[in-house]
Design a protein around this ligand. Structure first.
Ligand code: SAH
Length: 256
């Protein structure tokens, strides 16, 4: 059994499905409307257990998934959702050894995901705003990833890395970074851009074609619809996240 240790993260779910994220401390107490939970009831034992609060309310205990962690961590900018991170990983063929350039870092949600996917590689992440970079750094450190370099820099002014496998942009005007991206990418490497509106997508795709050096341009979006399954109910949930953004993917050709 892999027991919880001091300073590890744990996620608790109450009977109504509410989620609580804790950093476990010897002697620590977690207070919520359903009572108090002693961290010592979690430390030294495994995950996938049910525990009782001081008022006798049941809670489920797990290690948080990256998706759960991202939903609970402090934010500067709006975070990228797991469904979009997953699609980027698959379509841009992110590999363990990849060297990836990313901008903007925002709150670091996509950065965390990329660091995990490229866990033998490196993620160079550019953020123009110092305050957002600080939030992202804390989020990355709390999760414990090490394979990143965070730069407070405007990516349109140039990418310092060469021969990278992927350039991944989540910023409003990706066309301002197209030349640096083309220069930094190795032949066969992937350019990815996440964009909330189709007007941005239209402009970017035309720019990619005009600038040259890119091929295999594709545009996709993902809709994830959760379902409710009970004894006499089996239907989609009434609410869903209907829109986050479009993903534009292209490949770098040898000569522009
Ligand atoms: N993908 C991030 C969210 C990015 S939000 C996440 O999952 O958490 C967009 C970010 O891009 C903002 O933080 C913004 O400050 C940054 N940004 C905008 N233009 C930029 C530029 N030219 N260079 C670097 N960062 C930029």
């Amino acid at each position: 059994m892999d027991e919880f240790k001091e300073n590890e993260l744990a996620v608790l779910y109450d009977s109504r499905g509410r989620r609580y994220l804790l950093t476990l401390k010897e002697g620590g107490l977690f207070h919520y409307h359903g009572g108090v939970v002693a961290h010592n009831d979690i430390l030294g034992k495994g995950e996938g257990r049910e525990i009782l609060s001081s008022l006798g309310n049941k809670l489920l205990v797990f290690r948080p998934t990256l998706e759960e962690y991202v939903l609970e961590m402090p934010r500067g900018a709006q975070v990228m959702y797991a469904k979009d991170c997953a699609l980027i990983a698959a379509y841009a063929d992110i590999k363990p050894s990849d060297r990836i350039v990313e901008a903007g870092t925002g709150s670091g949600a996509l950065t965390l995901f990329l660091c995990r996917q490229a866990n033998q590689g490196m993620v160079y992440t550019y953020e123009i705003r110092e305050d957002f970079a600080e939030i992202a750094r804390k989020n990355l450190e709390r999760w414990g990833v090490k394979n990143f370099v965070l730069k407070i820099k405007d990516i349109s002014e140039g990418i310092e890395e060469e021969n990278v496998d992927k350039v991944i942009l989540d910023l409003p005007e990706p066309w301002i970074a197209l030349k640096p991206a083309r220069e930094a990418l190795r032949a066969g490497g992937f350019f990815v851009s996440f964009l909330p509106t189709i007007l941005q997508v239209h402009r970017l795709v035309l720019s990619l074609k005009k600038i040259g050096g890119f091929a295999q341009v594709r545009v996709v979006e993902s809709l994830v619809r959760p379902w409710v399954i009970e004894e006499r109910i089996a239907r989609p949930e009434l609410r869903m996240v209907a829109h986050t953004g479009f993903i534009v993917i292209a490949r770098r050709m040898e000569s522009p």
